[in-house]
Design a protein around this ligand. Structure first.
Ligand code: ADP
Ligand code: MG
Ligand code: MG
Length: 880
């Protein structure tokens, strides 16, 4: 039978999956010899069993009873015993910190008898005893019995009648206990449970059940925490911060979570219990004040914090209580911090000799770095925050409020910056979201349509700002305090913090981006920290990082951001703009002669494009993908052209008429699966050859350039053989050396990679298409249509277009890597889908042995850092 209960002296911090973060760290502190009130932890395994079966697992209650009696003999008191009661808290704690999501019940063991015993223990302090008792009923009623907490709060307010809580006396609390008991009776039809053991068992079960409370479920979904972990429960003997002014409760950080500066950061509240310190019932004191109140407790606390920092080798946050001049530690964990502080703290710890640079790199994440790369609002602006919502998609956006997609598009076309404001968005709002600088909604969470779509396209988004009343009909929204914002009024939204401002807030560029761009303040502490960690990351990582870049400007920017080459240069855009008419000529060509003529006109233009890119990359590899999308994308819209031709009647030009016929012929029901990629190259002779000739000529013009020619959408080796042979012949003719390889983006290509590698010198995984085709999703249609529902249903925890689906799509990648390398051991392997810039996907790429990832220029620093973290993570697990 599994062991369901661990004494605080038995566990340690490595057992957080089993004991939860709180239980594991209470055990760790106990073993460090810090003053932790004795207790024990019931495992998450017991919780999982309870949630699955609806009853406590067999044997658990006996184990709890045994640990409780051990606790009782250690404390010399029995739970809830009338004359001299032991009281305990029942505390929830999952493996991942879920702030405020699960509940804790204090003072368990109190009833009409033991309340007197408690007063006696405290030297006859009746006020304290009755205060503790009313707190028990309040917390128990709210969290265990599911009674509306406002009922208790209102009763307390009524009793206080304007008085400070310190002015309340024993008789007041005694009266409050009676009122609270009434509330419990009215709500449950039964008396408040007086039996201490029953109280404890009910509380334990309630904590277990709270794992599935709606807000916990919602929080997990937002934070992508698995739904099946369960929570542990710690039973901890009570210590009291509410038994006089020589007692109190507090929270603290071992260093400033905003800047990383070492010092004293925290709040303290005298004569108070538990959550009082964060609930705002009275103004808290800055922790420094404790030095004046009780010097020796203060010194001990400082020593304890230093011990914790040294032990955890990181910033910790703590919760503590002082009971009549004695310090008790009630919680610690490695503390949350701002992204900027994460970088600064990591480097500070290196400078202090606490950790080495390898470890420092593991202490910061690509997501944190990405956040530091968004422009931010200037801090001191005097502009008022009118509401707060969820920080759904980062960035700082300023613009005129608009309330419909049409209006957003209309104003944006006039060059105006707009913020689309909706109660919630739906797929019809897509055009408006694209046109807007940012999106603000009053309903919906981080997985709502607005949030998912905005993140997908990098739009700033604040969602679920529930305090706003949005009226699309009136084209206004109303914020608390009667602020009315009408269409055209300027607002600012902060997608990193969730704040909504009235008026224009000045935007400051990111100092980190300025650093990457080569400008900016090198002396800035944050910039120095980023520089040091990135330099080390580059030294550590195994994979190269390349950029997806189609123009010389993008290429130059990518290089400044640290790209070691171009992993994907799309040639499609080179056929747009003024060159469209040449493409039209190509499509309309009926004779070989006409076609060669059209191609000959395109070739010099292509040569210039490639020359500029090779120049920008100065000898680094450049993977050029031959033209991919279906031809009709370069041609006029069928309906528009039909109308034009119909209206012109007899006057219609010969070319328009011909185009219309061609469009009919080229029309595809399913262009994503139609004539594109290698298929196009095989069907319209000369297009690929023209591109290869242009590449070769450009390579000759820029000595030292390293072109890699990439064939898209290959599904069978035969396709590749045809175009590959043609390309190699041209290269041989021109005396240019270039690799010829293929995208792996069709499942069949992955499955037959062993054959394909016969004809390919490199593979680049096009995981956007590979994901579409593996799941059978048409990306443009499905994301807005039902991904939020799929996320809600847990079909996936994150969109497979955002993070590579390791089980399915990733399996195909693994197969292709393995088979490809078997055929050709020196096969070069990379990824060039959007996933190349996604942290989890980068770790996957490292694990399966790719040589490089390629991503958009802006994501390159993230990829450099995550590639290093992946290297360190794998090295770490090898040595273990
Ligand atoms: P949360 O997960 O919300 O932080 P905790 O279990 O840490 O919940 O409990 C909240 C607060 O209740 C603690 O910070 C502490 O002040 C108080 N508390 C919990 N257990 C005890 C205890 N045994 N003695 C005194 N105070 C306690
Ligand atoms: Mg806590
Ligand atoms: Mg593709």
């Amino acid at each position: 039978m599994p062991k369901y209960v661990y004494d605080f002296t038995e566990g340690n911090r490595d057992l957080r999956d089993l004991l939860g973060g709180k239980g594991a760290n209470l055990a760790e502190m106990t073993n460090l010899g810090l003053p932790v009130p004795p207790g024990f932890t019931i495992t998450t395994e017991a919780c999982r069993s309870f949630l699955a079966d609806g009853v406590l697992p067999g044997g658990m209650e006996e184990e709890v009873a045994a640990h409780l009696s051990a606790l009782e003999s250690a404390m010399g008191r029995e739970l809830g015993q009338a004359d001299d009661p032991l009281l305990v808290s029942v505390r929830s704690g999952a493996a991942f910190s879920m702030p405020g999501m699960m509940e804790t019940v204090l003072n368990i063991g109190l009833n009409d008898d033991s309340v007197h015993g408690l007063a006696k223990q405290a030297g006859g302090n009746e006020r304290f005893a009755w205060d503790s008792y009313r707190r028990l009923i309040q917390m128990f009623g709210k969290t265990v019995q599911d009674i509306d907490g406002a009922l208790f709060d209102d009763a307390l307010e009524e009793l206080k009648d304007g008085r400070d809580d310190l002015e309340l006396e024993a008789a007041d609390f005694r009266a409050l206990v009676a009122t609270y008991k009434e509330i419990v009776r009215a709500h449950t039809g039964e008396d408040f449970p007086a039996d201490p053991h029953l109280q404890m068992r009910m509380a334990v079960e309630a904590v277990f059940s709270s794992w599935n409370a709606p807000r916990a479920v919602l929080y997990r979904r937002q934070e992508r925490i698995p739904a099946d972990l369960g929570t542990a429960v710690s039973v901890c003997s009570m210590v009291f911060g509410n038994c006089g002014m020589d007692s109190g409760t507090g929270v603290a950080f071992t260093r400033d979570p905003g800047s990383g500066q070492q010092g004293v950061y925290g709040d303290y509240l005298q004569n108070a219990q538990g959550e009082d310190v964060v609930s705002g019932i009275r103004n808290t004191l800055p922790l420094q004040e404790l030095e004046n109140i009780d010097r020796s407790v203060y010194d001990e606390l400082m020593r304890t914090m230093r011990t914790l920092e040294e032990h955890y080798r990181d910033l910790c946050d703590i919760e503590f209580t002082v009971e009549r001049g004695k310090l008790w530690m009630l919680q610690t964990r490695v503390g949350k911090r701002t992204p900027g502080a994460a970088f600064r703290i990591a480097v500070q710890l290196v400078d202090q000799g606490v950790i080495d640079l390898d470890e420092a790199v593991t202490r910061v994440t690509g997501d944190q770095l990405a956040q530091l790369m968004f422009p931010r609002f200037a801090e001191e602006t005097g502009t008022t925050v009118i509401a707060r919502g969820m920080n759904a998609s980062p960035g700082a956006a300023v613009g005129k409020a608009v309330f419909s997609t049409d209006r957003a598009v209309e104003l944006a076309e006039r060059g105006e910056a707009v913020i689309l404001v909706r109660r919630e968005t739906n797929p019809d709002d897509l055009a408006g979201m694209i046109a807007a600088q940012g999106v603000l909604t009053s309903r919906g969470g981080k997985t709502s349509h607005a949030a998912v779509v905005a993140r997908g396209m990098g739009r700033t988004c604040v969602c679920g700002a529930e305090a706003l009343e949005v009226s699309a009909a009136d084209r206004t929204f109303t914020a608390p305090g009667g602020v009315v914002v009408s269409e055209g009024d300027v607002i600012s939204i902060d997608g990193t913090s969730g704040a909504v401002y009235l008026g224009e807030v000045p935007v400051v560029p990111s100092p980190v981006v300025e650093y990457f761009e080569g400008s900016g303040d090198r002396d800035d502490e944050l910039v120095r920290a980023v520089h040091r960690l990135m330099t080390h990351a580059d030294a550590v990582r195994r994979m190269d990082v390349r950029a997806n870049a189609d123009t010389a400007e993008d290429a130059a920017r990518a290089r400044r951001f640290g790209a070691q080459g171009i992993g994907l240069c799309r040639t499609e855009h080179m056929f747009l703009g003024k060159r469209r008419s040449l493409v039209e000529d190509l499509v309309l060509a009926v004779s070989d002669e006409e076609r060669d003529h059209a191609l000959a006109a395109l070739e010099p233009l292509q040569r210039e494009d490639f020359t500029a890119i090779f120049r920008a990359m100065e000898g680094r590899p450049v993977t050029i993908r031959l033209i991919d999308p279906p031809l009709h994308e370069f041609l006029p819209d069928f309906t528009e052209l039909s109308v034009k031709v119909a209206l012109a009647g007899e006057e219609a030009t010969e070319k328009d008429r011909k185009l219309l016929v061609a469009l009919k012929r080229l029309h595809e029901e399913n262009p994503m699966l139609g004539l594109r990629g290698v298929r196009l190259g095989l069907i319209i002779p000369g297009v690929f050859a023209m591109q290869v000739r242009a590449i070769a000529a450009a390579a000759r013009a820029v000595p030292g350039s390293r072109p890699e020619i990439m064939i898209p959408l290959v599904a069978a080796v035969q396709e590749l053989e045809h175009v590959g042979d043609e390309a190699r012949a041209i290269l041989a003719e021109t005396g240019v050396e270039a690799l010829v390889g293929t995208m792996i983006e069709v499942p069949r290509a992955a499955l037959t990679a062993g054959q394909i590698a016969e004809a390919a010198e490199f593979f680049s995984f096009g995981t956007n298409d590979l994901t579409q085709m593996t799941w059978g999703f048409s990306r443009d249609d499905v994301e807005a249509a039902f991904f939020s529902k799929y996320l809600e249903l847990g079909v996936f925890g994150v969109s497979p277009f955002e993070t590579l689906d390791a089980d399915g799509v990733g399996r195909l990648v693994e197969i292709a890597v393995e088979q490809g390398r078997t055929t050709r051991p020196d096969l070069k392997l990379g990824i060039c889908g959007e996933h190349g810039g996604d942290p989890d996907s980068i770790h996957f790429c490292h694990r399966v042995g790719l040589d490089y990832v390629s991503c958009s220029p802006f994501r390159i620093p993230v990829a450099r850092l995550e590639a290093a973290r992946a290297t360190l993570a794998c090295a770490g697990s090898d040595t273990r």
